[in-house]
Write a protein that binds this ligand. Structure first.
Ligand code: WT7
Length: 702
């Protein structure tokens, strides 16, 4: 795909200038002009030690570092010899500085209870949500209690604690409690199935899980504890014992199997209710001094091979990078009336960096919403909860994903129009390329054609934004993530590492280390090197460069346009899924012989999953199954059970056999075309795809 020019008719030409601070109604911008950006960026690349040293100095350190960077590609050690604590930087520092009574977290629960005071202006708001705010002092007290409770379970510095919780304030408390005592967190998105939990718990050698009885989602209850219990059985079958489960009571919905008292055993695991052991714990618990390069967290992400990868981030570098990117991209400033809302779940990196760490370090209140955008649900499944949240809380920053924006577009212009969203100043997009139509809708209907949109390109592995407009400095173009972050030496290159000219499609790479970069794939050095560092190198010095696995181009103004993944991962609703993960789930079904999964373009989800499946013959599967709708549905359910609802295939297509190259590789490119309807392979409309005609076309180039 490298080296291809983009036809000019496909090029988006609209440009929106960066607003002045006065026009936008903000005090000032951290970076105020394009010239300032160029100057700062040039300096950050020319003098990385000076630049990053200044950024790191914005955090609070127990001990200052001796050297900014030791770089032995691909191993980076940032702020060598320095010590600090993440919870201290998010919480205690602010209390120490006299801001203990300021709001740190504004939380809104999903369920609505009947309004008790003032009468509702209209019947749709006859109910009101549960609201909670936590100050920095509240967070200090609660993280200390939770940390002491974890200590009592034997958690110590260096351990990995798995967290599988709904979007409630205790999730933030749980994360910060871990880092308070030097334990790393591994947060698993609440939408994942038991198998995904057990896989991650075992890979991380995690002995303690923090969860909740259930979580609310679109009025339903997600059975979190039940999923954990199933995962515990699976890990036990593999000889991995989880010693403790700490469980928050959220839904009070207790199926018989979930009833327990603190201290009860479940197999070899001791169960604890949060309200029994956290609420009564001491609220004195000093923040443990951590080395800059000590592990802060693991976050699992899908790769092109079956098993998810535990992306490892360390303390000093990650915090420095997230502190800076949150400040610059969103122009965060304490004490200036900002309320930042990132609608991502904390189970994804976006939530780690920009629901939690970024705003807390910058002392800007962060809003957490527990549930779905369409609860309460209106006619045709629509909902305006997000707009109501923005209006009621006077949100100033709204950061969301293109897949959500496309859904809101479909739900209609009338919904945002009903709400006063004049508090908004900056909008953000993340997770996948945003199509210009969705960008324009976001701009007009949510941003009142006034708010700059920051289209932030980055990855779990990069820790924070690597390409994004800075709202006061960079003119935006719908669909472009614009320019590299300060300190990021980004380029579009071909396989040989040669930089390509304007509008030549190539590989997005980063040529210099940056503090937020991943330090490893947990327990898998080989995968760390082959996935990220084995593919591209400096053609002159031979030094490895960071390879993103994204295809992209850069236009004549130096703006980056991300084209999407070039490996076997699919972005469904902004979330990565490995084709292998879904294929392994499919072939674990007794009726399935072989499966191949590809992405198909989807109006709302960006991409959706299309699974091609061949069935075992009757004599092999004993209960030979017919390729019918009942089986299609069953396979869909099976994938949801094994991987999670995100992975549910949009289409299940049965085939006689899968098209393969002479060397036996599945011809995915062909399958993608077939799935997208580009290529017509079937001669008729029976249920079986017949790929025999492609036998003639087979090549070994896939
Ligand atoms: C992949 C990383 C980044 C946090 C959430 C996802 C795609 C992400 C953009 C964007 C175009 C984007 C890339 C990247 N991506 N943001 N603004 N424009 N593509 O993190 O799950 O690690 O996914 O998301 O393909 O490689 P992730």
């Amino acid at each position: 795909m490298t080296g291809q020019s983009i036809s000019s008719s496909l090029v988006e030409r609209r440009t929106f200038p960066a607003p002045s601070a006065a026009k936008l109604g903000v005090g000032r911008f951290h970076v105020e002009s394009l010239a300032d950006y160029h100057r700062l960026h040039a300096r950050s690349i020319a003098d990385p030690a000076g630049f990053w040293g200044e950024e790191a100095a914005k955090l609070s350190w127990f001990k200052r570092w001796d050297r900014v960077l030791d770089w032995q590609a691909p191993d980076a050690r940032w702020f060598v010899g320095g010590t600090l604590n993440a919870c201290y930087n998010c919480v205690d520092r602010h209390v120490q500085d006299g801001h203990g009574e300021q709001v740190a977290i504004v939380w809104e629960g999903e369920p609505l209870s009947p309004r008790t005071h003032h009468p509702a202006p209209d019947s749709r708001y006859a109910h009101e949500p549960e609201l909670r705010t936590l100050t920095y002092r509240d967070l200090q007290q609660q993280t200390s209690r939770a940390a002491n409770a974890l200590r009592a379970m034997g958690v110590k510095k260096g351990d990995v604690v798995t967290i599988y919780m709904p979007m409630v304030p205790e999730l933030a408390v749980a994360i910060l409690a871990c880092v308070r005592i030097g334990a790393a967190h591994s947060v698993i998105f609440g939408g994942f199935a038991p198998h995904a939990i057990s896989e991650r718990v075992m890979d991380a050698h995690s002995r303690v899980i923090i969860t909740a009885d259930g979580g609310y989602r679109r009025g339903d209850i997600v059975p979190l504890l039940k999923n954990v219990q199933e995962a515990l059985e699976q890990t036990a079958n593999h000889g991995h014992i989880v010693n403790h489960v700490l469980c928050l009571k959220r839904t009070a919905h207790q199926a018989p199997s979930q009833r327990f008292s603190t201290g009860d055993h479940l197999g070899a695991t001791v169960m604890h209710w949060w309200h029994d052991v956290v609420d009564s714990a001491s609220d004195a618990c000093p923040c443990v001094e951590m080395d800059s390069e000590d592990m802060l967290f693991l976050l699992y992400t899908s790769g092109s091979t079956g098993k998810p990868k535990g992306i490892l981030h360390t303390t000093g570098g990650y915090l420095t990078y997230v502190n800076m990117t949150a400040r610059l991209t969103f122009n965060l400033m304490p004490d200036s009336g900002q309320l930042f809302w990132c609608s991502a779940d904390i189970g994804w990196v976006t939530g780690h960096s920009y629901v939690l760490y970024g705003p807390l370090m910058n002392r800007v209140p962060t809003l957490m919403y527990e549930g779905a955008p369409n609860f309460p649900t209106m006619e045709n499944g629509r909902g305006d909860r997000f707009w109501s949240i923005i209006a009621r809380h006077r949100v100033t920053h709204f950061y969301t994903a293109p897949t959500a924006i496309r859904t809101f577009m479909k739900w209609g212009d009338d919904l945002p129009a009903r709400h006063d969203m004049s508090s908004l100043r900056i909008l953000g997009s993340v997770g996948e390329p945003i199509n210009p139509e969705a960008w324009m809708w976001f701009h007009e209907h949510i941003g009142r054609a006034k708010c700059p949109i920051v289209d932030t390109y980055w990855q779990t592995e990069t820790g924070g934004h690597v390409c994004t407009p800075l709202p006061g400095a960079i003119a935006t173009k719908p669909g472009s993530c614009t320019v590299p972050m300060l300190g990021i030496d980004a380029a579009i290159v071909n396989e040989q590492g040669q930089e390509l000219g304007p509008n030549q499609g190539g590989l997005f790479c980063i040529r210099k280390p940056w503090p937020g970069m991943l330090r490893g794939v947990y327990g898998n050095r080989e995968r760390f090197i082959s996935n990220y560092w084995g593919r591209l190198k400096d053609p002159h010095t031979g030094e490895p460069w960071y390879f993103s696995a994204d295809g992209a181009r850069r236009d004549e103004d130096g703006y980056f346009w991300i084209q999407g993944r070039i490996d076997d991962v699919i972005k469904v609703s902004g979330h990565l899924l490995g084709t292998m993960e879904v294929e392994s789930a499919l072939v674990s079904h007794p009726a399935v012989a072989e499966a191949a999964v590809v992405g198909v373009p989807h109006e709302i989800k960006g991409s959706a999953i299309c699974a091609f499946v061949t069935l075992k013959p009757a004599w092999l599967s004993r209960n030979g199954r017919a390729p019918d709708d009942a089986l299609r549905k069953e396979l869909g359910e099976h994938v949801v059970r094994e991987v999670g609802a995100l992975a549910r295939p949009e289409q299940v297509r049965f085939a006689e056999g899968l098209p393969k190259t002479r060397s036996g590789k599945i011809m995915r490119r062909l399958l993608r075309d077939v799935a997208a309807g580009v290529e017509k392979i079937t001669q008729d409309t029976t249920t079986l795809e017949d790929f025999s005609v492609v036998a003639k076309l087979r090549t070994d180039d896939e």
